[in-house]
Design a protein around this ligand. Sequence first.
Ligand SMILES: Nc1ncnc2c1ncn2[C@@H]1O[C@H](COP(=O)(O)OP(=O)(O)OP(=O)(O)O)[C@@H](O)[C@H]1O
Ligand code: SF4
Ligand SMILES: [Mg+2]
Length: 339
Amino acid sequence: MTADAFLRIEGLCVHFPVRKGLLQRQVASVRAVDNVTLSLRRGEAFGLVGESGCGKTTLARTVLRLVDATDGAVWFDGENITALKGAALAPYRTRVSAVFQDPFSSLNPRMKAGAIIAEVLKVHRFAGDITARVRELLALCGLSERFADLFPHQMSGGQRQRVGIARALATDPDLIVCDEAVSALDVSIQAQIVNLLEELRLRHGLTYLFIGHDLSVVRHLCDRVAVMYLGRVMETASSEELFSEPQHPYTQALIAAIPNPDPVSEEARDTALLKGEVPSPLDPPSGCVFHPRCPLAMDICARIAPELEPVRSGHAVACHAVTTQPQPETTTTGERDDR
Ligand SMILES: Nc1ncnc2c1ncn2[C@@H]1O[C@H](COP(=O)(O)OP(=O)(O)OP(=O)(O)O)[C@@H](O)[C@H]1O
Ligand code: SF4
Ligand SMILES: [Mg+2]
C-alpha cells in the first residue's frame, strides 16, 4: 500500500450477475466497476466524476461495505476492509459514513431530525449525553436546536441535507462518502452546503470521497479528482491540473461540456465533442472502452485496453494517444492481445 494512502482502492472489480430462467442461471454480468485503483490521502477531498452509469455509486457503496467486491480490495488506514465480516466490521462503520443525494429518501419521514441523529448515536453506543450531542451536531451544521423537533418534510432541501450531514458526523468519522450530496439542491443552496462541507473538513480533519455530476462543484471542493468511464478510471490528477490541462479525450470532452457564463466563450465551446451514449456495462467495448466515442481513436484502441500510467507527478492517464507509442499489431506468439 502507498505510504500516504488513507483509503486505497486496489484493483477493485464489482460485477453484478444477470440471471435468467427458472434456474436463475447467470447469463451475463454488469461490469459496474472494473479494475479500479485509487488512493486517498488523509484529510483530502477526492472527487469522482463521470457520466451516469459509470460506476461511481457502486464504487462508493463498496467502500461503505454495502456492496461486495467481486475482486480486488479496499484498504482503510492500513486494514483490508473487504476482508472484514460481521462484528469485525463495527469499528470501520464508526469511522466511515455517508451523505446521499436525496435527504428526503435517506431520512426517515416519520422521525424528527433529533431522533434521526440520536438513532445513530444509540446504534454506535454513544456513552455521553445524547440530547446534548444532537444539539452540538445540529449546531456544527448550522442548524439551531429547534430543528431537532422538526420532521424532514417541515424543512427546506438545504436544511434536510444539513441534517443528513449532522447524522453522518454523529460517529465522529474520519472518512465521509458524499454521493451526489448537493446534486438535488438549488444552485445557491448547493454553494452553502459545499461551503459547510469544506468548513467541516478543515475543522475536523475529515477525508471526503466526493461524487458529483457538476464538475464546477468538484473543482471547487476537491484537491484531486478521478474521472471514471464505464467502470474504469480514465484520468486522475490534482483538481487544478485536471481542469487546466486535461489529457484524456474523455476528460477533455467532459470539461468542454461545462456551461460557460461568458456568452462569447460559450458560443465557441464545442459541445459536439462528446458524441453518442455510454455503452452498456453488460457488454463493454473491447480495448479502450471509450474508443467508439473517441475523436482520437486509433486501430490499437479497439484491441488493447490502455493502462492508467503516470504522465507526470500526481497525474495519470489511461490513453494510448497520451501515454504510449502504438504497440505492435500482434504479440510475439502472433496472437491478438485482447487484454
Ligand atoms: N445492484 C445492481 N444490479 C445490477 N446492476 C447494477 C446494480 N447497481 C448498479 N448497477 C449497474 O451498474 C452500473 C453502474 O451504476 P452506478 O449506479 O454505480 O453508476 P453511477 O456512476 O453512480 O451513475 P449515476 O451518475 O446515474 O448515479 C449501471 O449500469 C447500473 O445499472
Ligand atoms: S486509448 Fe484510444 S480510444 Fe481510448 S481515449 Fe485514448 S485515443 Fe481514445
Ligand atoms: Mg450514482
